[in-house]
Design a protein around this ligand. Structure first.
Ligand code: HEM
Length: 164
């Protein structure tokens, strides 16, 4: 089903026009990579603050508040640039195990990231108290960081995985 949709999409005038403009893929992938950097840096900074490994001079709520907008705006840019790349090379993405696995992991990483930030925003005083971040939260934060890293690695593997 995805293959026939990919073939239909590749034959559309929009895809044909974008395919003919050879500068579009490298330009859009460059923006995609910059947005990846914004997401990964923000998640890393927040995770290391929760673990108490860095940023201890700032409150958890301050760090979370600072990085939150970068994560969600960058994810919007990733979605937009990703959709453009899919329109240009639909078979390369939609029949690619690395791409499909990556996409299925994005909600697995984004949902707990959002829930944590909402909890910190809702009750900053609780999170800013000394020793307030429990071991369970720390383990969870490391696990979510691991999922974000897996998404990035799968993104890179897209180019090297067989597709229809
Ligand atoms: C939000 C929805 C997203 C969509 C629709 C999307 C889609 C894509 C597509 C179509 C490609 C091109 C693959 C290729 O043809 O080689 C790509 C590459 C990539 N994506 Fe995403 N992506 C999204 C989010 C993310 C996120 C959240 C990350 C990491 C945090 C990520 C990391 C990567 C990486 C590392 C590459 C390879 C870039 C390269 O080597 O040039 N993507 N993505």
């Amino acid at each position: 089903m995805l293959l026939s949709f990919a073939k239909w999409l590749a034959a559309t005038p929009l895809s044909q026009t974008l395919q003919a403009a050879l500068w579009v893929v490298p330009a859009v992938q460059s923006v995609h990579i910059l947005a990846i950097a914004a997401v990964m840096t923000s998640v890393w900074v927040l995770t290391f603050r929760l673990l108490g490994l860095s940023g201890r001079g700032r409150l958890v709520s301050q760090v979370s508040g600072d990085v939150a907008p970068w994560i969600w705006w960058a994810l919007g840019v990733l979605l937009l640039t990703g959709i453009i790349l899919i329109i240009i090379e639909p078979s390369r993405e939609l029949t690619n195990a690395a791409f499909l696995t990556k996409m299925s992991l994005i909600p697995v990483a984004a949902a707990p990231t959002y829930v944590l930030q909402a909890a910190v925003r809702r009750d900053a005083a609780l999170w800013d108290r000394q020793g307030a971040v429990s071991l369970a939260i720390k383990i969870g934060a490391v696990a979510v960081l691991g999922v974000w890293i897996a998404i990035a690695v799968l993104g890179r593997f897209i180019a090297y995985v067989e597709y229809a």
